[in-house]
Design a protein around this ligand. Structure first.
Ligand code: NDP
Ligand code: 2IT
Length: 444
């Protein structure tokens, strides 16, 4: 059996009940076969792939907090410090009831290659908790965040591990976590990114993932002789990534006609009203069903359905495995010619294969959504030099990072005979730098 297949089998055996982690590992290892096969004996002797798929460290802890009625709750907190070959661990904190160790491991594993692709010195990590922020008061959110950080602060630091936002963690949560870190550790340092602008945050970090997604999508379209202006776009999700993907797509002359949340979705044939969307989601923290109050001509539907709408481009920006084979078939039948993942692994493996086989341009999340973490790394730079850059400077760097990133994955795919397959290109290009650093640093 090939070394790659041995390691895939071992991962499944050693990590039972973690299907998302298996899915992420299989995709990466399958893509890097041509690289490994060039020197299989060395890779095997050095147990390079075993070292890659086993986190350097994983931390699991109790998070007790008290609700507004005096009831105590206990959640589970996680931080997986996956790989520090090219820099301090870097990756978000997810707060969602679906969080378990397998979810955090899949996200941490993806983050290794994503962070490598940014070209910046950041290793891979991820954290989170099964805490559900929905419906909680500000005081309850603060109580949870303080308790979470009381334990996490022992393991992180500006030069060791720098968490950030993800699903359920935005500027409010980062603020409470930063305050507690500073209080306990006595350090005002860049230990978290996505901070508020008044205490070390970076301009354009809020917008970065969505904007970066569109910069990469535009580069991919141009490489294939197409333009984004005038196209109809489907966006799923209605959170940080979805909102700023919608904003940048609109600025580039496209029309976004859908957004969704966990209870339903909106179709607005005239184009999503950004002001209304931000008011509902960022200010009032309401359900998307409120949208039709602002736009009476739009439609609101319960449940899933974004991928059934006729369009040119699809941008899944909600969560993992939200775009299935059945959805992929609808997209192709409806004329969608490009899919770029704003979320992490939103497309199932069989759906990805179907889209690629049917000629759809497909940009995987670890490339397409890397603008968020790249801008986090720019926030770290600004914190280190104790300076703040202008919006234009950060946004300009983000743009260049995404265009360069696309060039690298395009070249890597072609170099190994997979021209146009950006899944293979992203995995190989991300892997090459990490492997080089791991080899240089010996068996650790
Ligand atoms: P937010 O919490 O801001 O928004 C998430 C959105 O997705 C919400 O509209 C939410 O709906 C919806 N959603 C979440 N989980 C589910 C689910 N299980 N089923 C249906 N809908 C769901 O998160 P972000 O926008 O930050 O993150 C979205 C995706 O992008 C995630 O995959 C994240 O890992 C990825 N990402 C985020 C980056 C960032 O910088 N924030 C960077 C790179 C990737 P509801 O509110 O109803 O739960
Ligand atoms: O998935 C991701 O890349 C993020 N949630 C952002 C991580 C970060 O450190 O900014």
């Amino acid at each position: 059996m090939s070394y790659v297949d041995e390691v895939i089998q071992e991962v499944e055996k050693k990590n039972p009940g973690e299907p998302e982690f298996h899915q992420a590992v299989e995709e990466v290892l399958d893509s890097i076969r041509p690289v490994v096969e060039q020197n299989e004996e060395k890779f095997r002797r050095d147990a390079l792939l075993e070292r890659l798929v086993n986190p350097e460290r994983q931390i699991k802890f109790r998070v007790p907090w008290t609700d507004d009625n005096g009831q105590v709750h206990v959640n589970t907190g996680y931080r997986v410090q996956f790989n520090s070959a090219i820099g301090p661990y870097k990756g978000g904190i997810r707060l969602h009831p679906s969080v378990n160790i397998g979810i955090i491991k899949f996200l941490g594993f993806e983050q290794i290659f994503k962070n490598s692709l940014t070209g910046l010195p950041i290793g891979g990590g991820k954290g989170g908790s099964d805490f559900d922020p929905k419906g909680k008061s500000d005081r309850e959110i603060m109580a949870f965040c303080q308790s979470f950080m009381t334990e996490l602060c022992k393991y992180i630091g500006a030069d060791t591990d720098v968490p950030a936002g993800d699903i359920g963690t935005g500027a409010r949560e980062i603020g409470y976590m930063f305050g507690q870190y500073k209080r306990i550790r006595g350090l005002f340092e860049g230990v978290l990114t996505g901070k508020g602008l008044s205490y070390g945050g970076s301009l354009a970090r809020t917008e970065a993932t969505g904007y970066g997604l569109l910069y990469l999508t535009k580069a991919m379209l141009e490489r294939n002789g197409k333009d984004i202006a005038g196209k109809t776009v489907l966006v799923s999700g209605a959170g940080n990534v979805a909102i700023y993907a919608t904003e940048k797509a609109t600025q580039l002359g496209a029309k976004v006609v859908t957004v969704s949340d966990s209870t339903g979705w909106v179709y607005d044939s005239e184009g999503i009203d950004l002001k209304a969307l931000k008011e509902i989601k960022e200010v009032k923290r309401q359900r998307l069903s409120e949208y039709t109050k602002y736009r009476p001509n739009a439609e609101y539907h319960e449940g899933k359905g974004v991928w059934s709408v006729k369009a040119d481009i699809a941008l899944p920006c909600a969560t993992q495995n939200e775009l299935t084979l059945e959805d992929a078939k609808m997209l192709v039948a409806n004329g969608v010619f490009a899919v770029a993942e704003g979320a992490n692994m939103p497309t199932t493996a069989d759906a990805t294969k179907y889209l690629q086989e049917n000629g759809v341009l497909f940009a995987p999340g670890k490339a397409a959504n890397a603008g968020g973490v790249a801008t986090s790394a720019l926030e770290m730079s600004q914190n280190s030099e104790r300076l703040s850059w202008s919006f234009e400077e950060v946004d300009g760097k983000l743009h260049d990072i995404m265009v360069t990133l696309f060039k690298h994955i395009d070249e890597a795919a072609a170099r190994y005979g997979f021209a146009g397959n950006y899944v293979v290109g992203a995995n190989i290009a991300g892997f090459e730098k990490v492997v080089d650093a791991m080899n240089a640093q010996g068996i650790v």
